[in-house]
Design a binder for this molecule. Structure first.
Ligand code: C5P
Length: 398
């Protein structure tokens, strides 16, 4: 068995289980071996015989199958793979995994494994939206699980919304990304991205024009070099990448908490356009128009997440990188910002409206480090991300 080449695929019992057959086919086609585990209810949707035929492997279903325990105990089964994939992950399986239950082979394997876990949820939209499922999902993310999907679409139950399992090709892509080895393999990197939304009242908020494109491209480039990426994103226009741990937040405070929960890390890259201010006391109900009088809003300063992490006495990531969007004297301002915040590098860019950079597909950056500044030619945000990721890999390997 080649290293980095085997997934343990847990199929739980939802109608989307039929798609796991296609997933097995795609994984095998990409040269990835599949050890299948099925819950008893999954076997009601697809037969273990089909799963075994497509994977070319024995299908494990029961914790109490003594022959299997003799040949391969559940602990060993949980360690045979480089990645555990749960597809589909039902609401019930997610709930049990979030609680650390071990009442069947699938949940016992999930509890016993020290291998990264990728889950592809699949359920009815109301089940997905239910606060209990969202809580379980947040708990699983905190426990280190990565998610792929769910997508929005029409469902087997006739409803429309979020909860549809990601397509087998998307899951396969996320698996490949997770199994990729490169110069950043084994390195944990936190990336912040997108804008933050600071509430004024339940329906209004302060935001900015950040699309999240540069942060997303950076997460992809780091992932492609093998990094284990935690992507903390505000409400961005661009969809978050597959194969990274996504933590979605709204406000600067939530972003700060998510970043600190993602530590320790080898590097932290702050590409988010965090709102510097919030409304001191957001209204609990919608602010009503009151004749001709405009409401008076009182602002409060948000925490500087980057500065907080860069100045940590204990547990500071080895490399802390900030971004600086400036409209004049870019290098001078960004150099001053680097020392004020205490970060190692600042990636500075000129975001005057005539540059088309904010919200656009290209970027022209100047990298400011302890040894000076280096201006890069204007290129796509993807190319900037790849060059930066390579520079990060070189620095972390020094
Ligand atoms: O001070 P300024 O907003 O220009 O700094 C930009 C850099 O600081 C970016 O890397 C941004 O992600 C980070 N930042 C932060 N928390 C804030 C404000 C900015 O992490 N409250």
């Amino acid at each position: 068995m080649a290293p980095g080449n085997r997934v343990l695929l847990i199929i739980s019992g939802g109608i989307a289980a039929y798609k796991s057959l296609e997933l097995i086919r795609l994984l095998k086609k990409s040269g990835i071996d599949v050890s299948p585990v099925m819950t008893p209810s999954a076997a009601e949707f697809v037969t273990p015989l089909s799963v075994s035929a497509l994977s070319g492997e024995k299908v494990y279903t029961s914790l109490f199958d003594l022959t299997d325990e003799a040949e391969m105990g559940h602990i060993q089964l949980s360690r045979v793979a480089d990645l555990v994939v749960v597809a589909p992950a039902t609401a019930h399986l997610m709930a049990r995994a979030a609680q650390g239950q071990a009442d069947d082979l699938a949940t016992t394997v999930l509890l016993a494994t020290d291998t990264p876990v990728l889950m592809a949820p699949a359920m009815n939209v109301r089940m997905w939206d239910h606060p209990a499922t969202q809580r379980n999902c947040e708990q699983l993310v905190r426990d280190g699980v990565q998610f792929v999907g769910p997508n929005k679409g029409s469902m087997a139950c006739g409803e429309y919304g979020s909860g549809r399992m990601a397509e087998p090709s998307e899951i396969c892509q996320a698996v490949q990304a997770r199994l990729t080895t490169g110069p950043l393999t084994g390195k944990k990197i936190v990336v912040t991205s997108g804008p933050t939304h600071e509430p004024i009242d339940p329906v209004r908020y302060i935001a900015n024009r950040s699309s999240g494109a540069q942060g997303t491209a950076l997460a992809v480039a780091l992932r492609d070099l093998g990094a284990d990426v935690t992507f903390v994103t505000g409400p961005a226009d661009v969809a978050p990448p597959q194969g990274v741990r996504v933590v979605s937040v709204q406000t600067a405070f939530e972003m700060q908490l998510a970043v600190s929960e993602a530590l320790p890390a080898d590097a932290a890259i702050f590409a988010a356009a965090v709102s510097d201010f919030r409304i001191a006391q957001p209204n609990s109900s919608k602010i009503k128009k009151d004749g001709d009088a405009a409401p008076q809003l009182e602002f409060a300063l948000n925490p500087d997440i980057l500065a907080g992490i860069a100045q940590l006495q204990d547990g500071r990531p080895g490399l802390v990188v900030g971004f600086a969007a400036e409209t004049d004297d870019v290098i001078a301002h960004a150099t001053a910002k680097r020392s004020r915040k205490g970060c190692d590098w600042i990636v500075a860019n000129d975001v005057r409206p005539d540059t088309g950079i904010m919200g656009g597909t290209e970027n022209a950056v100047t990298l400011i480090t302890a040894s000076g500044s280096e201006s890069w030619p204007r290129m796509s945000k993807t190319a900037v991300a790849q060059a930066l990721a390579q520079r990060i890999a070189d620095t972390l390997s020094e």
